[in-house]
Design a protein around this ligand. Structure first.
Ligand SMILES: Nc1ncnc2c1ncn2[C@@H]1O[C@H](COP(=O)(O)OP(=O)(O)OP(=O)(O)O)[C@@H](O)[C@H]1O
Ligand SMILES: [Mg+2]
Length: 259
């Protein structure tokens, strides 16, 4: 069976990674899914930071691919091994095993030269790898390029996070448009308003109603939460957030309709 693949998108800094980790916490606690994979596809931010785990560049896909590229250039790769086989083994090597889930940190692809063929192979292999899991959560980079490059094709649920800002709304609308233009087959597109005062809920709800797309659904809003903000500053593991936290409780009701 194909896994449920949920990707988080939206403008920079709106709370994509935070909500992904809260969803992960919820998914772990419900015990509904046995095998969970998290893919951190954002080269700038780091899921590791939010869950209190230090991840070195050499442990990321970007790190592994940079090293592989060097080996290829120095002709240190035996001719009888195919490039796909090597990339596959590097991807499996990059799997970080946590207690309740596995994590792949994409990292950045450094260096000059064209990464295209490696990237294509990489995408295929990650798709194959994902089939070993029951649920895959993807932290997409901010902005639209990631989707315009057609890398989100196997995503079943696209979550767009926005804050109460013009740019946040604009990015949300653009993501919906781009997904049509490049024919991305998301089954559902779900919008969450994060750091939203209650009196603005109607505003965002109306705004979403005006977008003409059958896949689109407004999930609801989440408030600003002091504890979440502090945990980020202190670098403590967000997965250890108390189950009594008000934002987590609200988030769980929003997530319940997806997972
Ligand atoms: N509801 C909330 N209440 C308080 N603080 C929040 C809330 N949501 C997110 N934050 C804080 O806002 C900051 C940005 O959140 P986060 O890193 O999750 O955003 P992002 O969309 O992943 O950003 P980027 O685009 O840089 O990856 C963090 O410090 C986080 O703790
Ligand atoms: Mg992030």
């Amino acid at each position: 069976m194909s896994p449920k693949v949920i990707s988080f998108s939206g403008k920079g800094g709106v709370g994509k990674s935070t909500l992904l980790v809260l969803m992960l916490k919820h998914v772990i606690e419900t015990e509904k899914y046995e095998n969970i994979l998290v893919i951190d596809a954002d080269p700038d931010a780091n899921i590791g930071d939010i869950i209190g785990k230090e991840i070195k560049f050499s442990e990321t896909i970007g790190g592994k691919m940079t090293k592989l590229q060097e080996k290829i250039q120095k002709r240190q790769i035996p001719l009888e091994v195919s490039k796909n086989q090597i990339i596959e083994s590097e991807v499996f090597d990059a799997l970080i095993e946590m207690d309740d889930f596995d994590l792949i940190e994409m990292g950045r692809s450094e260096g000059e030269g064209c990464f295209c063929s490696v990237n294509n192979a990489l995408k295929r292999i990650i798709d194959v790898l994902a089939k070993n899991y029951d649920i895959v959560l993807i932290d997409a980079p901010a902005g639209l390029e990631y989707f315009a490059r057609k890398t989100g094709q196997d995503v079943t649920d696209l979550i767009i996070v926005t804050d109460p800002s013009k740019m946040g709304f604009h990015t949300m609308e653009r993501i919906v448009e781009v997904s049509k233009e490049v024919h991305l087959k998301f089954k559902h597109i779900l919008v969450i308003g994060n750091r939203f005062p209650e009196d603005l809920e109607e505003l965002i709800s109306k705004r979403i109603e005006n977008i003409d797309d059958d896949r689109l659904k407004f999930l609801g809003i989440l408030p600003y939460d002091e504890e979440i903000s502090t945990l980020n500053l202190t670098g403590d593991n967000l997965l250890k957030l108390s189950n009594d936290n008000a934002l987590y409780k609200s988030a769980k009701t929003l997530f319940a309709s997806i997972v």
